[in-house]
Design a protein around this ligand. Structure first.
Ligand code: SF4
Length: 340
C-alpha cells in the first residue's frame, strides 16, 4: 500500500530555545503559523490525494511540537483524533526536542492517536550539544526515548553532521546510540549554515568553519553505515528544502547540495563495492565490472551524476561498469554482490 505523508510545518513556534544552527522559518519556507488555518490546509492536502488504496500519515514537523502552548498542541491533536475517527488518516507523527517530553505529554500524544515521535537528538555528545546551545543534555535524550517507549509510541532519531565541536567519532557514536535507544528510524542532516542564525555569525567571526562538501558526505556515510548495519531505516538524508533554502536568503556560507541524500547513499555504495572488489582480489587486469544490487537501487549505486561510476573507473581502471538488480537482495539496503 502506498504510504503518503501530509506534512504540516510548525516553524519555531513555541520553541524556548535558539540553537546556533536553527532558523526554522528558512527551512520550512513559512514565516509564521496561523494555527486556525491548519484544518483548512490539511483538508486541501487530503483533497489532493489519489483515490487508490493508501496509508495516510499526518505529520506535524518543524519546531518543537510538544513545546508549543498547550492549547495549540491540544487543538492540533484534536485534528488528529477527529481525522482518525473519520478514517481519513491512518497515523500521525510529530517532531520535538528531547527536553519537551514528559510522561503526561507522551500519554496525551498516544491518546490522541499519534503513533510516532521524531526526536531531534542532533548529537549524543554533551560537548557538542553545549557548543550548539541546545539547552539539553544527552541524558535528556536517553530519558525522552524511554518515556516515549513506555507510552507505547514509536520513535525516530534525527541527527546532524558537522555541528560545532563535533568530530566524526561523535557522529558515529550518536548513530549507534540512536539505534541502541530503540529508534525505529533515523534522519541524517548534514549541517547547512543558514542566514540569520548564530552559526552564520560565528562563521563570520571565524569561530566556526563548515565542513567541505566531500567531508560532510563521507561523515554522513559513516552514520548511514551504522544504521544500515543495524537495520534501522534512514527516512531522509539532507534537509527537505523549500526553494527559499537555495535562494539568496537561504544558505549563508559553506557548501550544501540539494542532492545530499543521493551523494551520501552513493558514497556508501562506493565503499561497499570497493570492499567487495578488494576482498575478491580482482586487481586492475579485469577491465569490466558487473555487480548485483537490490531492486530499485541502480540509480543510487551509480551515484549523483554518475560520480560512483567515475570513481570506480578511476580507482580500478574499469572501462565497462554494469549494475543489475537482483531480487535475492530485496530488503538488504546497500547490499552489493560482485558478479564479474
Ligand atoms: S530546538 Fe529545534 S526549533 Fe528550537 S531552536 Fe533548536 S532546532 Fe530550532
Amino acid at each position: 500500500m502506498r504510504h503518503i505523508n501530509i506534512p504540516i510545518f510548525i516553524p519555531h513556534k513555541g520553541c524556548p530555545n535558539d540553537c546556533v544552527f536553527c532558523n526554522q522559518r528558512t527551512i520550512s519556507g513559512t514565516q509564521t503559523l496561523d494555527i486556525a488555518s491548519v484544518p483548512a490546509e490539511i483538508e486541501r492536502k487530503l483533497a489532493l490525494l489519489p483515490p487508490a488504496e493508501k496509508y495516510v500519515e499526518l505529520a506535524y514537523f518543524g519546531g518543537s511540537f510538544t513545546g508549543i502552548p498547550r492549547e495549540d498542541m491540544r487543538f492540533l491533536l484534536g485534528i488528529v483524533r477527529r481525522l482518525k475517527k473519520e478514517g481519513r488518516i491512518d497515523a500521525a507523527r510529530v517532531s520535538t526536542r528531547p527536553d519537551c517530553v514528559t510522561p503526561e505529554i507522551a500519554k496525551e500524544l498516544k491518546d490522541a492517536g499519534v503513533s510516532t515521535v521524531e526526536l531531534g537528538v542532533q548529537s549524543m555528545s554533551d560537548r557538542v550539544l553545549f557548543a550548539c546551545r541546545r539547552g539539553h543534555t544527552a541524558a535528556d535524550t536517553v530519558r525522552a526515548f524511554e518515556v516515549l517507549h513506555n507510552a507505547g509510541l514509536a520513535t525516530v532519531g534525527q541527527m546532524m553532521i558537522g555541528l560545532p565541536s563535533s568530530a566524526r567519532e561523535d557522529e558515529v557514536y550518536t548513530a549507534r546510540m540512536i539505534c541502541e535507544l530503540g529508534a525505529l528510524g533515523a534522519r541524517i542532516y548534514p549541517l547547512a549554515v543558514l542566514r540569520h542564525t548564530e552559526l552564520a555569525r560565528m562563521a563570520v567571526r571565524g569561530e566556526f568553519a563548515p565542513l567541505p562538501l566531500e567531508e560532510a558526505i563521507s561523515r554522513a556515510a559513516d552514520a548511514l553505515d551504522v544504521f544500515v548495519e543495524r537495520g534501522v531505516p534512514v527516512l531522509r538524508i539532507g534537509l527537505c528544502a523549500s526553494d527559499e533554502l537555495f535562494s539568496e536568503d537561504g544558505i549563508a556560507c559553506g557548501e550544501y547540495s540539494p542532492a545530499m541524500g543521493e551523494l551520501v547513499m552513493g558514497e556508501l555504495y562506493k565503499r561497499r563495492i570497493c570492499k567487495a572488489i578488494d576482498s575478491q582480489g580482482m586487481g586492475t587486469e579485469n577491465k569490466k565490472l558487473l555487480a548485483a544490487v537490490p531492486p530499485g537501487a541502480i540509480s543510487k549505486v551509480a551515484g549523483h551524476k554518475g560520480r560512483v561510476r567515475r570513481a570506480l573507473a578511476e580507482k580500478y581502471g574499469f572501462s565497462d561498469i554494469k549494475f543489475v538488480e537482483d531480487d535475492r537482495l530485496v530488503g538488504y539496503d546497500c547490499a552489493v554482490k560482485i558478479i564479474l
